[in-house]
Design a protein around this ligand. Structure first.
Ligand code: AMP
Length: 192
């Protein structure tokens, strides 16, 4: 089973991807985590990623498509995967289709975790107050979040109709509790 989790930054895609990993023995492919690893390694992509991520912008499509294409080829993806943070643009969505087609794979569900912007901004403001700065991601602040939300609406949300037209888009209410969202996603997958 192959799943795409879509939704604005802070909607809880990473948290829900972890639940899906455990319950369905499929692997979470988080492009944000891959880029943060590259930043820690300090390689060329990492240097570029640090700047781009801190500004709230997106990495170039070509680089991200390459990263995902290579990652999907690894043997741990054979049972299925959850794409978390990819695709983020129409070009990435189209490239993903071509790539999956070539590998004889397809996406079973695209699950949009929807959350109002205002709630996301409230959540980040309380996180800034609660969590020590050294434990926060460097892009985890209200200013970068607002920029990232703008980028989401402008570059990522337009891919929702693309999946709706294919009949594989499902929406869950990301403003419910983590447990309830988990339940809603399980209902989508089990078809209940
Ligand atoms: P995330 O952890 O998914 O919120 O991603 C953190 C940051 O990594 C994003 O704000 C982007 O700068 C970058 N990033 C992650 N995935 C992608 C992608 N598919 N395309 C472009 N940039 C990405």
């Amino acid at each position: 089973m192959n799943i795409i989790l879509l939704g604005p930054p802070g909607a809880g895609k990473g948290t829900q991807a972890k639940f899906l990993e455990e319950e369905h023995q499929i692997v979470q492919l988080s492009t944000g985590d891959m880029l943060r690893n590259a930043v820690n390694l300090g390689d060329e992509i990492g240097k570029q990623a640090k700047e781009v991520m801190d500004s709230g912008n997106l990495m170039p499509d070509g680089i991200m498509i390459n990263i995902i294409s290579q990652r999907i080829n690894k043997s741990d993806c054979l049972n299925g995967f959850i794409l978390d943070g990819f695709p983020r643009t129409t070009a990435q969505a189209e490239a993903l289709d071509i790539m999956l087609n070539e590998k004889d794979l397809s996406i079973d569900y695209v699950i949009e975790i929807s959350v109002d912007d205002k709630i996301l901004i409230d959540r980040i403001n309380s996180r800034v107050l609660e969590v020590n700065e050294s434990e926060r991601r460097s892009d985890d602040n209200a200013e970068t979040l607002i920029k990232r939300l703008g980028v989401y609406h402008q570059a990522t949300a337009p891919i929702l109709p693309y999946y709706k037209d294919k009949g594989i888009l499902r929406q869950v209410d990301g403003m419910k509790s983590i447990e309830e969202v988990k339940q809603l996603i399980n209902e989508v997958i089990s078809g209940t």
